[in-house]
Design a protein around this ligand. Sequence first.
Ligand SMILES: *[C@@H]1O[C@H](CO)[C@@H](O)[C@H](O)[C@H]1NC(C)=O
Ligand SMILES: *[C@@H]1O[C@H](CO)[C@@H](O)[C@H](O)[C@H]1NC(C)=O
Ligand SMILES: *[C@@H]1O[C@H](CO)[C@@H](O)[C@H](O)[C@H]1NC(C)=O
Ligand SMILES: *[C@@H]1O[C@H](CO)[C@@H](O)[C@H](O)[C@H]1NC(C)=O
Length: 541
Amino acid sequence: MRTSSHPIANMKLQLLSLPLLTFGVVVAYPSALEERADNFQSKCAAIGSKLKIKDATVYFSQFVEGGTNLDIPDYNVTCGAPNQFVPSDICRIGLFVATSKRSGINMEAWLPANWTGRFLSTGNGGVGGCIGYDDMAYTTSLGFASVGANNGHNGTGGGAFYNNPDVVADFAYRSLHTGVVVGKQISKTFYGKDHSKSYYLGCSTGGRQGFKEAQDFPEDFDGIVAGAPAVAFNNLSSWSGVFYTYTGPPTAATYVPTNLWPVIHADILKQCDSIDGYADGILEDPSLCKYDPTGLTCKSGQSSNCLTATQVNTVKKIFSPVYTDDGSLVYPRMQPGSEIVASFVYYNGQPFPYTEDWYRYAIYNDPTWDPATLDSDDMEYAARKNPSNIETWKGDLSAVKKRGTKIIHYHGLMDAIISSENSPRYYEHVSKTMGLSPQQLDSFYRFFRISGMGHCAGGDGAHAIGQSRSEVNSLDPSQNVLQAMVQWVEKGVAPETIVGTRWVDDTQSLGVDYQRAHCKYPKRNVYNGGDPKKIGSWKCV
Ligand SMILES: *[C@@H]1O[C@H](CO)[C@@H](O)[C@H](O)[C@H]1NC(C)=O
Ligand SMILES: *[C@@H]1O[C@H](CO)[C@@H](O)[C@H](O)[C@H]1NC(C)=O
Ligand SMILES: *[C@@H]1O[C@H](CO)[C@@H](O)[C@H](O)[C@H]1NC(C)=O
Ligand SMILES: *[C@@H]1O[C@H](CO)[C@@H](O)[C@H](O)[C@H]1NC(C)=O
């Protein structure tokens, strides 16, 4: 990531020191740049009283100097550290917007001093209501006027859904859309003119929010970058809950201890790593991996690094799709490759908190519902109830296509929270619904599978594609998914691949280990000979 800079402050120093050195007198009047900076600050201080927004209460406006580690004392403790590094000068505005008599959003607009004319909305995560400050810091440093909202409630939990379907509606679609409408108005009032183009950047629940916008609010954005989308949301919540019913608690015979998952991972690599032509610990297309754990069954006398027959069965279930009793697909299987991380998330012998909260507070309105009892009837009920159409599964994207909006969809193939096999399923659903081949979809919707990327970030492979502030190797559009989107929208140049970067020891300061050009679906990467760390040694087929 770029280090913080204070361009205006630095220039000011240079300008002032020049006459000082040359003539030996202090220039008392401010330079043009200094005036401009003062102007920005006073404009920021005054914006609150200028905003006329329906149903809104403006809490504050605050100038934040680039390089500041901003204190956010009100940030819900479950959301993370109560501070945020802010790379560039911004005007920060905080407000509340009522969405009904019993619900509303807390949102912020961050308006950069060095504005490119572009608007951007960030998204959220999990079942939560945490403003995406880090994404706002990232995108304002690139000159976007950025907004973020709390999705209608605070914190990472879903307790606020209880007895309040309006809070659920905010979470399903209304918070994001409201934040965009209000944010554009704030930006216009502050800068005195309309934004040029409008963008979205989000992952996970944020990815789902991106597709919800594409499906139901096609006017909001010119470019949508949606990662690891939590689409088919009710079914995802059901799938996330089945692992506990497979493993049971750590005392159960069905439970597979955490220390065995690296053994299973190694066995998966043994069976599947060469399918892409090169064994480097990265599965370029895990959907081709039909993993069979039977070979890990304990031989007589063997007691470590092996599985009982019961545990083998648990592992088989984990890597199988989930169906209801009547045979309809709820959700595809977990893709092989992510199991070491997933063993701490899903296979840890505990109920998954988001499933528990979604079922208790949004589906059944019953805080005593027991996640150990999750079954086919529950799954069918949740899919049918589908509060505020949170499923986000509409296959007809013709409104955004017609408007000219572009969508970049990406999904990490080591995702331990949302199976990457659900993303092709949605892509195919759009293809079928609209009657468009992948080649035809290319004109507005492109999907990239990112090998070696975990859930939205991290992973064993070339996972840095500029999707968030800590995942930026370069601002070049070929290596940066957000800049690629800007280039597509504003210059009509669409990405064929997205180059991801692997840093040495996964540490940016140590430099680049290798890069890989991730392919556009339905293509997949295969090794084509030569140094596997070179992009050109791989080919999209
Ligand atoms: C403002 O942003 C542009 C890119 O949009 C960049 O080239 C320029 O250096 C920035 N200027 C300052 C003062 O940060
Ligand atoms: C959420 O937190 C904000 C402070 O960030 C506070 O003003 C607001 O009242 C809280 N909302 C709810 C619903 O608790
Ligand atoms: C913080 O988040 C948790 C979990 O979502 C929630 O239960 C709690 O009420 C929130 N606290 C405040 C002060 O909003
Ligand atoms: C969700 O699951 C139900 C079964 O509970 C199924 O009928 C439906 O097709 C599924 N929806 C999606 C989008 O997968």
